[in-house]
Design a binder for this molecule. Structure first.
Ligand code: HEC
Length: 300
């Protein structure tokens, strides 16, 4: 009798564990090309003499992804090599890192189960160099998302809303500690980017936010941030509650569309020396077939 009860309990536990993560083989993959942005700050991309697209962005609400999904690889190749870009022929990388590739294709997946949302990222790391800016972490993967249209411009530019000329390692840096912020960012009114991060060298998931400044703690919604090398690939997964609700955690609800972007610091880098995605959107169980930059996160 006792044995049977134990077996049932073990079976229930096993089923529980199997349910905890989605069956990724059933979740559609979306390829996203992350490119090397150098010093292409919000100020640079929104300055017409530098970037002729500004009227299209402002007046026609064209997103970065709309124009650049196709040429992200080329943009990264030019910037990382220190070549002049934009209408103003600006060198956006004054110190080109030797041997660094311009872009990396990442396979992105997302699913939810009614109480949690799961994200999965898979990519083949490019050849690594010898310089270690962050000796502790070979890889950091950081995702940011707003509260469903709460950050001005994020529906077009994703993470660029947080990237400025006066940040550390950027063009007008005066303070080597200054990190991402949102102009007029405000936690209380929801005008912030929720930030979740995986670090390969540290085991704890990082759950923060970016408002008037970047805060790398305070959130409680990120339950797991895991990564592993499988063959020649890196695979990183996040598991997060939908409810959120604590400081710097946006609630993810079915009635909204969330703007997001993500970045990968590979090869032990930090600051601007990363690869970034263009801005994308996701919603829960809401197909939006006309919009290429939109991901329908389906219940598993
Ligand atoms: C309407 C299409 C369009 C949109 C929208 C757009 N761009 Fe561009 N972008 C261009 C064109 C065209 C160039 C080439 C230089 C120029 O004309 O200024 C360019 C150049 C660039 C460059 C320099 C690389 C190069 O090859 O010159 C970067 C970086 C860039 N864009 C980033 C962005 C970001 C970030 C956004 C969103 C905030 C964005 N672009 C939105 C069309 C667009």
């Amino acid at each position: 009798m006792k044995k049977i009860a134990l077996a049932i309990a073990a079976g229930a536990m096993f089923a529980g564990a199997a349910l905890a993560a989605p069956d990724w083989s059933k979740v559609p993959q979306r390829k996203m090309t992350l490119f090397y942005p150098g010093q292409s700050s919000l100020e640079w991309v929104m300055n017409k003499p530098d970037h002729s697209a500004v009227p299209d962005i402002v007046d026609k609400k064209r997103s970065c992804a709309k124009c650049h999904e196709g040429d992200a690889q080329e943009i990264g190749d030019k910037i990382v090599a220190g070549k002049p870009v934009g209408s103003s022929k600006t060198v956006l990388e004054p110190t080109p890192p030797a041997g660094k590739v311009g872009a990396i294709p990442v396979m992105f997946q997302a699913a939810h189960d009614g109480s949690k949302i799961y994200f999965r990222f898979e990519w083949v790391p490019p050849k690594t160099g010898t310089k270690k800016l962050d000796a502790k972490n070979e890889v950091k993967l950081t995702m940011m998302f707003d509260g469903g249209g709460t950050v001005d411009g994020a529906e077009l530019n994703g993470c660029w809303a947080t990237c400025h000329n006066d940040l550390r390692s950027m063009k007008d840096a005066k303070d080597d500690k200054k990190t991402k912020y949102i102009k007029n960012g405000d936690l209380a009114s929801g005008k912030f980017m929720d930030l979740i991060q995986y670090r390969s060298g540290e085991k704890t998931p990082v759950d923060g936010h970016v408002a008037e400044a970047r805060h790398m703690e305070g959130g409680k919604a990120l339950l797991k941030a895991e990564g592993k090398k499988e063959g020649n690939k890196w695979i990183v997964t996040f598991e997060r509650t939908l409810a959120g609700g604590v400081k710097g955690d946006h609630a993810i609800t079915a009635d909204k569309v969330y703007n997001f972007g993500f970045a990968i610091h590979e090869d032990y880098t930090n600051a601007r020396f990363h690869y970034v995605s263009l801005g994308y959107q996701f919603g829960l169980d809401k197909p939006n077939p006309g919009v290429k930059s939109y991901i329908d996160v389906q219940k598993q």
